[in-house]
Design a protein around this ligand. Structure first.
Ligand code: NCD
Length: 313
């Protein structure tokens, strides 16, 4: 039976999120209970952009569910190099795999590709668009460290090109969360994202150009990398590179309970001296990718379960 594709965090209702997070927590507590659930299942990996965490944690998750992966490999070694279209590539690989995971530099690529395949397709990042599975592990980490309701979160850095930010911001509108967006003016959230967030009746959306004024009130600070590869002009990157760095001096004004997150990879946004403090949750966050993706894959691949709204009717 066909299940929905997972393209954007806008698909997630609060109930969907709670189902996935509860199930991920169950798997985290006893992974052996699901070790054979998807024996013989093959997950197709199509990564047209670099990835360490996302790709390896999908691979680990599929293997820990008893399945395996088939990997297109690098663009350099695939037929893409010969000029094959994305539509053709996904149609071929769906014949080899039970579900597909796609990362692509072009916003909208996952939506387009999903229209050509019948197996579930998961968006693992489409340009500056969305990264919904990262959002699930972010939500899992927030829930574990600070709770999702009555949350005050600061999201800082490259809000323009950061797809993890766009996905997380939409998902948080399902909760009683106050979201503070901190960036230089040139890297503010795209106006259409701000518009959509307001349409969701999100309780508190505020934009700032400095962390200082808001830091003491934050439960979570979600730091992001400036997405250098998405800047049309390297000079524009150089103007903002190195802004908004966090070190122990910055944190003097923070609450003792502040949780610092980052989707990783970091460049220089968080000084290494923070790593050993109680604030740092970013490595735990990366590790949470495995149980969360196990839960998501199981829900997408099982006939009796549904996420993402319409399910398998
Ligand atoms: C992020 C991405 O690819 O969007 N990485 C990830 O998946 N953890 C963030 C980034 O590249 O800065």
């Amino acid at each position: 039976m066909r299940h929905d594709h997972l393209i954007t965090s806008k698909q997630f209702s609060r109930a969907d999120i709670e189902t996935v997070l509860d199930y991920a927590a169950e798997i985290d507590a006893d992974p052996s209970a699901v070790a054979d659930r998807h024996a013989g299942t093959l997950l197709g990996l199509l990564f047209f952009e670099p990835s360490t965490r996302t790709k390896m944690s999908f691979e680990t998750a599929m293997k820990r569910l008893g399945g395996d992966v088939v990997d297109m490999g690098s663009i350099e070694s695939s037929s893409v190099k010969k000029g094959e279209t994305l539509a053709d590539t996904v149609r071929v690989i769906e014949g080899y795999a039970d579900a597909l995971v796609l990362r692509h530099p072009k916003e909208g690529a996952a939506t387009m590709a999903s229209e050509f395949v019948d197996v579930p397709l998961v968006n693992a990042g489409d340009g500056a668009g969305q990264h919904p599975t990262q959002t699930m592990l972010d939500l899992y980490t927030i829930r574990e460290n600070a709770g999702l309701d009555d949350l005050t979160i600061g999201i800082m850095g490259d809000l323009k090109y950061g797809r993890t930010v766009h996905s997380l911001a939409y998902a948080l509108t399902n909760f009683d969360a106050h979201q503070h967006f901190i960036s230089p003016e040139s890297l503010q959230l795209p106006r259409e994202v701000v518009y959509d967030l307001h349409q969701q009746d999100a309780p508190g959306i505020r934009e700032h150009d400095s962390l200082e004024e808001i830091l003491p009130s934050l439960d979570v600070l979600y730091v992001t990398r400036i997405q250098r590869e998405r800047f049309p002009d390297e000079n524009e990157y150089q103007k903002v590179a190195g802004e908004y760095q966090i070190d122990s001096d910055t944190l003097e004004a923070a609450s003792d309970d502040l949780t610092i997150m980052h989707p990783l990879p970091r460049v220089d946004e968080i000084a290494p001296e923070i790593d050993e403090t109680e604030h740092a949750a970013y490595f735990e966050q990366a590790h949470n990718g495995v149980p969360v993706r196990m839960a998501l894959l199981d829900l997408l691949l099982s006939d009796d379960k549904a996420i993402g709204g319409e399910g398998d009717e």
